[in-house]
Ligand binder design. Structure first.
Ligand SMILES: Nc1ncnc2c1ncn2[C@@H]1O[C@H](COP(=O)(O)OP(=O)(O)OP(=O)(O)O)[C@@H](O)[C@H]1O
Length: 305
């Protein structure tokens, strides 16, 4: 399956908040929808789920208009909607049956997903007596109870500690391996980086970058090198390079204890290395720049995530 968002626009009261969003994702892949607060992630997901309609554009599944009501979808909205007074098992079975499972299958899946989320011990507790993080895991169990082929999660990691985030990450990775199509929004770059093949970065209602994360990283790192010296601080090294390497490179920035430089020609790498050796620079590191997703996000969306 291929889910495609094509040129989506949305206005609220004359204020356009999505200016033509496009991205696509196929089964067996996860797409991380990234963006700062207010970038338009939730609005995009709500249009995908037909909570409301866009003013223009289309959502297509295998090239045809996508109607979420006609498919089994695991959707976890930003505002969590479980019943605080009911027990965990009651509500999971109820919601499973509401979505077409037999009572037997709903009970079976309830047990399976509570175990995967490591919250089986709370099966007979009222939801309101659980911690926020455990309620969140129950919500995820509910989202996945029908074993949906399409999974759409709005900020699934919010409120989870690192251990619970890892549990969720493992569950999502397993779903991807089983061929599910996953879209989720997040601010947490490290998790997105670990298991998303695709990303779309939203900034003020525009997709500023989208595609295969590996490709994006390769492209982003192209022409850039990282260099550091044992004897000179990155600032001192930057000074030296600006003075005596200006024909070969531009100094881009200091990142922690290293310097990021941009080659002026694609074959300049060896020449740079030769000149560094000629000048007796005591090299600590010299190599390709491999940007983190956070580096890319900061450059594209303007600030720390
Ligand atoms: N119902 C609404 N009425 C008016 N404006 C809205 C409505 N829903 C969203 N917006 C506006 O649309 C923009 C995008 O909001 P959205 O919730 O999609 O962002 P987001 O990327 O999900 O942000 P966050 O990370 O904070 O959840 C914001 O400027 C928001 O104020």
């Amino acid at each position: 399956m291929k889910l495609e968002v094509r040129d989506l626009r949305k206005s609220f009261g004359g204020n356009e908040v999505l200016h033509g969003i496009s991205f696509s994702v196929e089964s067996g892949n996860a797409l991380g929808l990234l963006g700062r607060n207010g970038a338009g992630k939730t609005t995009t997901i709500r249009i995908l789920m037909n909570v409301f309609k866009g003013n223009a554009g289309a959502v297509l599944l295998d090239g045809k208009p996508f109607d979420p009501a006609k498919h089994q979808i695991g959707y976890m909205p930003e505002e969590r909607g479980l019943y605080p007074k009911k027990t965990v098992s009651e509500q999971l079975i109820y919601l499973g049956m509401l979505r077409g499972l037999s009572a037997k299958k709903a009970k079976e899946n309830m047990k399976k997903w509570l175990a995967k989320m490591e919250v089986s011990e709370y099966e007979n507790r009222k939801l309101e007596t659980l911690s926020k993080g455990n309620q969140q895991k129950v919500q995820l169990a509910q989202t996945l109870i029908t074993d949906p082929k399409i999974i759409i999660l709005d900020e699934p990691f919010s409120g989870l500690d690192p251990v619970n985030s890892q549990i969720l990450k493992d569950v999502i990775s397993e779903q991807i391996q089983q061929g599910k199509l996953v879209i989720f929004s997040s601010h947490q770059m490290s998790y997105v980086e670990e298991f998303c093949q695709q990303i779309a970065i939203l900034n003020h209602g525009d997709v500023v970058l989208s595609g295969e994360l590996k490709e994006i990283k390769r492209e982003f790192g192209r022409d850039r090198l990282v260099v550091s010296s044992l004897e000179e601080t990155p600032e001192e090294l930057a000074h030296r390079l600006r003075d005596t390497f200006a024909d070969l490179l531009e100094v881009e920035k200091v990142q922690k204890d290293r310097l990021i430089i941009r080659k002026k020609a694609s074959d300049a790498k060896l020449k740079i290395l030769e000149r560094l050796v000629e000048q007796d620079v005591d090299l600590e590191f010299f190599g390709m720049y491999e940007p983190s997703l956070n580096d890319i996000f900061v450059e594209k969306a303007g600030d720390e995530a």
